[in-house]
Design a protein around this ligand. Structure first.
Ligand SMILES: NC(=O)c1ccc[n+]([C@@H]2O[C@H](COP(=O)([O-])OP(=O)(O)OC[C@H]3O[C@@H](n4cnc5c(N)ncnc54)[C@H](OP(=O)(O)O)[C@@H]3O)[C@@H](O)[C@H]2O)c1
Length: 254
C-alpha cells in the first residue's frame, strides 16, 4: 500500500471526538483520501451529522456513533456499535479529550477522575475492546492524541498534564504489546485553535504571546494535526511504532 488514494479505499477508521475541532479535521482528512470514517461524539448529534454531510460532499462515507467515554462502563457498547458499522476496522484515533484549567486550590476529585478517565483510561479501554478486530487487518494503526502539555510543564491543569504525559508512556507500552500486528503512536499538538481553548486564542494579548513564542509564527490549525495523524496511520509510517510526534510550530523548542 502507499499513501495514495488506493491505500485508503476500503479502510475503516474510528475517530473519537470528531464532531468538532481536531477530530473533525482528522475525519475530513481521512475521508478525503477515501477512507470510511466512523465519527464519534458525546452529545452533539447535530455537529456530528454536519461532519458526516461534509464527508459526503468530499465523496466519502461516514457512520456516526455516540457515547460518553469518560464513563468507562460505556466503552464496550460503543465498541460493539463501531464494529457493527465497520466489521473490518483498521484504524483508531483516540482524540476525544477534555481540559480542566483548575489551579491546585480549585482542583476537585471529580474533575481529576473525569479528566483521567476520558484522556487516559478511555483510549486504553477502547483499544482493549477493538484490538482483536484491528489485529486482523493488514496495516492496522492507532494514534493517541496527547499534548505539548504531556511533554512540557505549566502551572495548573494538573489532571490534564498528568493524563497527557501518561498517554505518551502508555503508547510505548501498548506498541510493545501489540506489535507486529498493530502500530501504536501518539501526536502531541501544540496550541491549536479549537473550542477547547477558545478563551486563549480570543484573548488578544495571550494570543499574541503564543504567536511570538512560536518559531513558525502562528497558532496551529486542526488541519495541521490532521495531516500528521494521517501520516501516522498510513503505510508510509510502517516502521514507526511507540513514537510521539510533537506538532507545535516549534513552540516546545525553547
Ligand atoms: N486544542 C488544542 O490546543 C490542543 C492541544 C493539545 C492537545 N489537544 C488534544 O486534542 C484532542 C482534541 O481537542 P480539541 O481541541 O479538538 O477539542 P474540542 O474542540 O473541545 O472537541 C472535543 C471533542 O471531544 C468530544 N468529547 C468531549 N468530552 C467527551 C466525553 N466525555 N466523551 C466522549 N467524547 C467527548 C467532544 O464531543 P461533543 O461535541 O459531543 O462534546 C468533541 O468531539 C483532545 O484530546 C485534546 O486534549 C488539543
Amino acid at each position: 500500500m502507499t499513501d495514495g488514494e488506493e491505500g485508503w479505499k476500503g479502510r475503516s477508521i474510528l475517530v473519537t471526538g470528531s464532531s468538532r475541532g481536531i477530530g473533525r479535521a482528522v475525519a475530513l482528512e481521512l475521508a478525503g483520501r477515501g477512507a470510511h470514517v466512523i465519527l464519534h461524539h458525546r452529545a452533539n448529534p447535530g455537529a456530528a451529522e454536519g461532519v458526516a454531510r461534509a464527508v459526503r460532499e468530499l465523496g466519502g462515507t461516514a457512520d456516526v456513533v455516540s457515547g460518553d467515554l469518560s464513563d468507562l462502563t460505556e466503552i464496550p457498547s460503543v465498541a460493539r456499535e463501531v464494529l457493527r458499522r465497520a466489521p473490518r476496522l483498521s484504524g483508531l484515533v483516540n482524540n476525544a479529550g477534555m481540559y480542566e484549567e483548575a489551579s491546585l486550590s480549585k482542583l476537585t476529585p471529580r474533575d481529576w477522575e473525569r479528566t483521567i478517565s476520558l484522556n487516559l483510561a478511555a483510549p486504553v479501554f477502547l483499544l482493549k475492546a477493538l484490538a482483536p478486530r484491528l489485529a486482523r487487518q493488514k496495516g492496522a494503526a492507532v494514534v493517541n492524541v496527547s499534548s505539548i502539555l504531556g511533554l512540557r510543564s505549566a502551572p495548573g491543569a494538573y489532571a490534564y498534564q498528568a493524563s497527557k504525559a501518561a498517554v505518551i508512556h502508555v503508547t510505548r507500552a501498548l506498541a510493545l504489546e501489540l506489535a507486529p500486528r498493530i502500530r501504536v503512536n501518539a501526536i502531541a499538538p501544540g496550541f491549536i485553535r479549537t473550542d477547547m481553548n477558545q478563551d486563549a486564542w480570543t484573548h488578544r494579548s495571550f494570543s499574541r504571546q503564543v504567536i511570538r513564542e512560536t518559531p513558525l509564527g502562528r497558532w496551529g490549525e486542526p488541519e495541521d494535526i490532521a495531516a500528521m495523524v494521517r501520516v501516522l496511520l498510513s503505510p508510509d509510517s510502517r516502521f514507526v511504532t511507540g513514537e510521539t510526534w510533537l506538532v507545535d510550530g516549534g513552540k516546545g523548542l525553547r
